[in-house]
Every structure is written in structure tokens, then in C-alpha cells.
Design a binder for this molecule. Structure first.
Ligand code: DCP
Ligand code: MG
Length: 387
């Protein structure tokens, strides 16, 4: 039987900001762009969540729900630094670490460097993270990735939950359907429509019914309801696309302005390709546009050869722009994404992910205002290991 740990930092960006600015501790803190830039919330402190604020909500709405909330702009370099710190802790136990984002990872500790139990390792990791960064994480321990992730979300913040094989069935039955891997917002709505709200509801449905509603994913969901997930912890992900998008402070009609913006995004795109090790370029270029009325369109072209130079990307994007209503309809968001990379198969490092499309968001990377402080605490690790 495998032993998998899932670690997820609590209110990650917001906790880092609270740590850097102790006067924010215990207060509703929102990390996101300014409302006048029509930005969205990246995350918020648990104090702010009580007001119904959550990730991806418009900052303006978040502030109307909680006018006393303190809005902080994100400091990505700092989050990357903390992410590297927690990653180095994970690697003290195993190199089978799959980073899902800056604050979240799976570890396969079946054969680890310490010989400790998975539960003990998870406990140690939480303590080490706190000692090193001053931040709390939640951990889940189980025999596959699905259950480890569901377990880490079971009690947050600062939770540690283990799901043993004998408890898996009752644990899964109580899970809301949205917490099943592969159930995004759209699938969740479909599941609800079909009367599937929990793991127990899912368990009752036949393979044939799930397959007819969810195609290939039907079998995946059928298995998850039975605690079956054989997917391995993958130390590296193959990157599929890289892009950048900008939500404009005001809707824009002027086609020259749109072209200017696309030129600067093309420049960034050339840099992004280099940073992620895809200097051979990508064959598919996708232009994404959101009109003033939130109608979202994409226009794509796949070429027989990869592009990597800014000016070639820009030229291609201009052709795609001609296939849109830019210049006739006001636009609120533009983005370019590149996929179908050239020859080289390159692995993603967790810190590259900042450069990916962060779902409808654009954040400027700003210099860090203050450094990372060390935290003093007694060392509960020695107690733990000595026991
Ligand atoms: N993030 C983002 N946009 C989103 C979701 C998340 O920019 N739509 C960023 C901010 C988060 C970080 O990623 O701090 C980690 O995402 P999580 O989903 O793990 O959320 P948090 O760590 O903030 O909270 P939780 O305690 O629920 O894990
Ligand atoms: Mg988190």
C-alpha cells in the first residue's frame, strides 16, 4: 500500500502578508489588485472568509462585503521564496514530490529517507514549516492522492488528517462532490443537476450512468467513489501552455491601443518561453479576448513550425485579431497563450507557474518591500522524534 501526503499552506499569500506586517494579524486581509483596476481577490485571510470573501471574487465586491478589510497587493517574489523553503523541507523526506502550485504538493513517502511513518512525517513537516517560515500548513495522509488531498482540506487551517483504508468509505461518502479531483465548477453543476451532491450519492450511480454523463471521466469518478486512485505522484509535470493576459483598467475600443497591448504581451511571451525552457518555441498561438459584456472568445492557429520571436508571435496574433470584433466592440481583457511546444520536452518547476495564466488575472511583479524573518520557537521536533 502506498503512503501519500498532501500539504497545502493555509491562506497562503494572505498569511505571508500577515507575517510580514504583524499589525495585520487577526484582521481581515485581502490579497489582490485594486478595485479601480477591476482586479480580483487572489486569496484572503480566514478572518476575511467569514464575510463570504473568496479567491477569484472581484476586489470591489469583496470590499463591499467587508469594507474594513485591508487590501494588500501581492508580492510574488516573497511567495516564491517561501515556496522554495517548504519544498526543501519536503525533499528531506523524499524526492517524489509533485508541486501543484506554490503552496501545495503531494509527497509519496512509501519509501522515504527517514523510515518514519507517513503520519509522523506529515507532523514533522508541519512543524518544520512553522519553524522555518512562521506559517501553518494543513496536511492529509492516506493511501492515494485523492484521499490525501481530501484529507488535507478536511480540517483547515493547521489541520492534520489521516484516512486509513478502514475509514475511507465513510470519509468519502461525506465528501461534497466539489472536492473530488476532476470536478470543477462546470462538472459540479452537472453533478448537482443529476442529484449527486456527496460521495455517497456518487457511490450509488452505475459505471454506465456516469460514463454516459461524463464520458471518459465517468470511470474515474466511479473509482474515486470507491477510494480507487492509482495515479502516481509525479515529480514533474509536462507544461502544456504558457501565456499572459491582461484585464484592462477600462474597456477599450481603440484598435491601435489593443495592438500596442498585444505587442507588449508578445514581448513578454518571448521571455516566458525562455524562462520555462521552451526556447524552441510553440506551434499554436491562441488569442483570447473578453468583450465588455463578458463574452469570451479565443482564436487559434497551429503552424507547421514553432514560433519563439516576439515579432513573429505578434504578427500571428494580428492575423488572429482580424478574426475578432476588436475595434467594433469594447474589450475588457486580452491575452496570448502559446502551446504545442517545439521539440524539447521540458519539465515545469513550481516557481515557473507564476508566469502561467492565473485564471483571468494579471498581477504586476513588484519588488519585495521587506524580507523574510526567522521565527523563534522551542523545538518540538526533538520531542516528537525522541518520543
Ligand atoms: N490563488 C490565486 N488565485 C486563485 C486561487 C489561489 O492567485 N483563484 C493563489 C493565492 C493563494 C494560493 O494561490 O494564497 C494558494 O491557493 P489555495 O487554493 O491553496 O488557497 P489558500 O492557500 O489561500 O487558502 P487555503 O487555506 O484554503 O488553502
Ligand atoms: Mg492553500
Amino acid at each position: 500500500m502506498r503512503k501519500i501526503i498532501h500539504i497545502d499552506m493555509d491562506a497562503f499569500f494572505a498569511s505571508v502578508e500577515q507575517r510580514e506586517h504583524p499589525e495585520l494579524m487577526g484582521k481581515p486581509v485581502i490579497v489582490g489588485g485594486r478595485p479601480e483596476d477591476r482586479s480580483v481577490v487572489a486569496t484572503c485571510s480566514y478572518e476575511a472568509r467569514k464575510f463570504g470573501i473568496h479567491s477569484a471574487m472581484a476586489t470591489s465586491r469583496a470590499l463591499s462585503l467587508c469594507p474594513q478589510a485591508i487590501l494588500v497587493e501581492p508580492h510574488f517574489e516573497l511567495y516564491v521564496k517561501v515556496s522554495e523553503e517548504i519544498n526543501s523541507i519536503f525533499h528531506e523526506y523524499t524526492d517524489l514530490v509533485e508541486s501543484l502550485s506554490l503552496d501545495e504538493a503531494y509527497l509519496d513517502v512509501t519509501d522515504n529517507y527517514t523510515g518514519l511513518t507517513a503520519y509522523r512525517i506529515a507532523k514533522e513537516i508541519k512543524i518544520k514549516i512553522f519553524l522555518k517560515t512562521g506559517l501553518t500548513a494543513s496536511a492529509g495522509v492516506s493511501f492515494n492522492k485523492f484521499l490525501a488531498k481530501a484529507a488535507s482540506g478536511y480540517k483547515k487551517p493547521d489541520g492534520l488528517t489521516i484516512v486509513l483504508p478502514e475509514n475511507a468509505e465513510s470519509f468519502i461518502k461525506r465528501l461534497p462532490i466539489g472536492s473530488f479531483i476532476g470536478v470543477g465548477r462546470v462538472t459540479e453543476r452537472r453533478m448537482h443537476y443529476l442529484g449527486i451532491r456527496t460521495g455517497a450519492d456518487l457511490f450509488e450511480r452505475s459505471l454506465a450512468e456516469l460514463a454516459s454523463n461524463f464520458g471518459k471521466s465517468g470511470e474515474w469518478f466511479y473509482n474515486l467513489a470507491r477510494g480507487i486512485d492509482d495515479s502516481p505522484v509525479m515529480p514533474y509535470h509536462k507544461r502544456l501552455s504558457a501565456g499572459r493576459e491582461i484585464t484592462l483598467p477600462r474597456d477599450i475600443l481603440d484598435i491601435d491601443k489593443i495592438r500596442e497591448l498585444l505587442k507588449s504581451i508578445s514581448d513578454e511571451e518571448e521571455d516566458i518561453l525562455k524562462i520555462i525552457g521552451e526556447e524552441n518555441g510553440a506551434r499554436t498561438v491562441t488569442l483570447k479576448i473578453k468583450y465588455y459584456d463578458f463574452k469570451l472568445i479565443t482564436r487559434s492557429i497551429t503552424l507547421p513550425f514553432p514560433l519563439f520571436k516576439s515579432r513573429d508571435i505578434f504578427k500571428t496574433v494580428l492575423q488572429l485579431l482580424d478574426k475578432t470584433e476588436a475595434g467594433k466592440k469594447k474589450i475588457r481583457l486580452v491575452g496570448i497563450s502559446m502551446s504545442n511546444f517545439g521539440k524539447k520536452e521540458v519539465k515545469a518547476k513550481p516557481d515557473d507557474r507564476l508566469l502561467l495564466f492565473p485564471e483571468g488575472k494579471f498581477f504586476k511583479i513588484r519588488p519585495i518591500s521587506s524580507g523574510c524573518s526567522q521565527y523563534q520557537a522551542s523545538n518540538p521536533l526533538s520531542e516528537l522524534r525522541g518520543s
